[in-house]
Structures are given as structure tokens and as C-alpha cells.
Design a protein around this ligand. Structure first.
Ligand code: SF4
Ligand code: SF4
Length: 92
């Protein structure tokens, strides 16, 4: 259900959480926090099962993680990537 963002297919935008399995204690905070079905609880740690359901530019759940186990790409790199993608996909 990923759809598109600013006319760009969502799957082309590298923005989603990454979980450090060594830090994650599987507490479930991130799963409870996000309504977008991005996460699912694995046996030992949280897993990112629908990365492209993550809202582009959102990193709110990282702040809710008590272990600092959730990370995101650099926002400046995101902006740069979006510029590149819009340049490629724009025909006007
Ligand atoms: S909030 Fe952090 S520690 Fe808790 S399940 Fe999510 S990633 Fe793991
Ligand atoms: S960054 Fe936002 S949309 Fe993405 S997984 Fe976390 S809370 Fe959900």
C-alpha cells in the first residue's frame, strides 16, 4: 500500500527505520507508537516488516525507543535524494 510521495514511487525513497537487534529489548514501544504496520514483534527483537509504510521524513518512533535501537537515514541525505528523484521523474 506504499503508493507514492511527491509523485515518486514510495519504494524508490530510502526512508524507513532500522532496528539494531543487539540494542532492542523487544519492549514493543515502537509497535504501539506507530499506526502504520511498519513493525512486527519477532522472537528476540522488533522487526521492520513494511518499511515503505513509514511516512517519509517521520522519525518519531526513534525518540520513543528506550534503548536507542531505532535509527533513520540522515535527513539532509533524504532531501538530496528527493531532489534527484524529482529531477529524474519530472518531464516539465
Ligand atoms: S522501542 Fe526500541 S527497544 Fe522497544 S521494541 Fe522498539 S526498537 Fe526495540
Ligand atoms: S517514523 Fe513515524 S511512520 Fe515511520 S515507523 Fe516510526 S512512527 Fe511510524
Amino acid at each position: 500500500m506504499a503508493g507514492s510521495y511527491m509523485g515518486i514511487p514510495r519504494e524508490e525513497i530510502p526512508w524507513y527505520p532500522t532496528i539494531d537487534e543487539d540494542l532492542c529489548n523487544n519492549c514493543g514501544n515502537c509497535l504501539d507508537f506507530c499506526d502504520n504496520d511498519v513493525f512486527a514483534q519477532g522472537d528476540l527483537s522488533m522487526e521492520v516488516v513494511n518499511p515503505y509504510n513509514c511516512v517519509v521524513g517521520c522519525n518519531a518512533c526513534a525518540k520513543d525507543c528506550p534503548e536507542g535501537a531505532v535509527s533513520f537515514p540522515d535527513k539532509k541525505e533524504l532531501v538530496q535524494k528527493l531532489r534527484e528523484l524529482r529531477g529524474v521523474t519530472s518531464h516539465s
